[in-house]
Design a protein around this ligand. Structure first.
Ligand code: SAH
Ligand code: SF4
Length: 359
């Protein structure tokens, strides 16, 4: 039997092409798109505004299939971490973080990551595979529809496992679906792609989709960044900062990039580091998000003391930068990048966790 086409990962444009190829009207694409992404319907049989013949034909050649939730972990603060099983059997994670009216989904774009940043649990696992667009948008679909009573996701950050800009096409296709008014209708400000600095692809994003950008900087000179974010050897700071400026260039309205900076004890947390950072970012319209290092097994790094973190933050604020400190959420569920898949067995045995068996 021929493998069925999974329509979950199709943007509206792609779905229109699909229906035109079937010699159906383009309008069918809007109908199916809304059933999937606004009503959460996966079975063509329930898409009642399609005629019976079309529904039958669709069932024979296509499917709408999200990945599977394998396990769900809930932290005391309401943060939920989900272990997602892909068709191939590989696992990724997604995290849902409720915060007042906001509900943020942290999404994975790759299983593992090839870039091996020295502080990152995902990097330590190595690269397994790229996610397809249905496996990326499938995470949002699951977060919104697997449990119907809950509020829908309001914000998306591509800060789960993997480097989104090394899985460019699938990430762009899924971001188009997130933005589409006939699907999730999330605005540019609500979708953030986080990158460790894949310069040529930073420059390409605007050609395809209008989203926000976060850059994981973590160091203010090339020597240190070469060491802790090794992709810097290929795309050093000068190129990276220039690509950020280019990203912002063609937009009249006031925009900024988010600079992410993990604070690691004794590595990048001194006032000299802060001074260099100020200089490096002086001509870039940006906000800085400081992230205290989140410890995981196998890493020798430590989180700096609260005093050091505070001093670093105040220094940046005094220099005129809007600076926030990411509060640690989901502590009990290891909710930093890649940490659940990294210690799955241990996490399940861990005391602080409440694990709900999957659906
Ligand atoms: N590959 C992309 C997106 C995924 S990483 C990137 O690097 O931007 C998402 C964020 O989690 C990044 O800012 C990353 O630096 C951060 N992160 C990774 N490991 C961490 C740790 N141990 N503690 C705190 N933040 C971490
Ligand atoms: Fe990959 Fe991002 Fe982790 Fe670096 S921080 S290893 S780019 S997932």
């Amino acid at each position: 039997m021929q493998k069925k086409i999974n329509l979950l990962g199709y943007s509206l444009e792609s779905l229109e092409d699909f229906f035109l190829n079937l010699e159906e009207s383009k309008y069918r694409a809007s109908q199916v798109f809304k059933w999937i992404h606004q009503k959460g319907i996966l079975d063509f049989e329930f898409m009642t505004d399609l005629n019976k013949d079309l529904r039958k034909n669709l069932r024979s050649i296509a499917e709408v299939k999200p990945p599977q939730i394998e396990e769900e972990f809930t932290s005391n603060d309401g943060t939920k971490k989900f272990l997602i099983k892909l068709n191939s059997g590989s696992m990724v994670e997604m995290v849902v973080i409720p915060d007042g009216k906001r509900k943020t989904l942290c999404i994975s774009s790759q299983a593992g990551c090839a870039l091996q940043c020295s502080f990152c649990a995902t990097g330590a696992q190595g690269f397994d595979q790229n996610l397809r667009s249905d496996e990326i948008i499938g995470q949002l679909w699951l977060a919104n529809f697997y449990n119907n009573n809950e509020e829908p996701i309001s914000n998306i950050v591509f800060m789960g496992m993997g480097e989104p800009l090394l899985n460019f096409d699938a990430v762009i296709e899924s971001a188009k679906i997130m933005k589409d008014q006939k699907a999730y209708g999330l605005s540019r400000k609500k979708i953030t792609i986080s990158t460790s600095g894949i310069v040529p692809n930073i420059e390409r994003i605007n050609d395809f989709v209008d989203v926000s950008l976060a850059v994981s900087l973590h160091a203010s000179n090339d020597k240190l960044r070469d060491e802790i974010v090794p992709i810097n050897r290929k795309y050093p700071l000068k190129l990276l900062i220039q690509s950020c400026k280019n990203f912002l260039k063609n937009h009249q309205n006031r925009r900024h990039i988010t600079i992410e900076y993990i604070l690691i004890k004794g590595i990048n947390d001194s006032l000299d580091d802060a001074k260099r950072l100020v200089k490096l970012l002086s001509n870039l319209s940006c906000k800085i998000n400081l992230i205290p290092f989140n410890k995981f097994d196998g890493s020798n790094y430590e989180r700096p003391s609260d005093d050091i973190i505070h001093a670093f933050k105040i220094f940046l604020i005094n220099k005129g930068f809007i600076t926030t400190l990411r509060t640690t959420r989901g502590d009990g569920v290891d909710a930093a990048c890649g940490q659940l898949v990294g210690n799955l067995t241990k996490s399940i045995k861990g005391k602080k966790l409440i694990s709900h068996k999957s659906l």
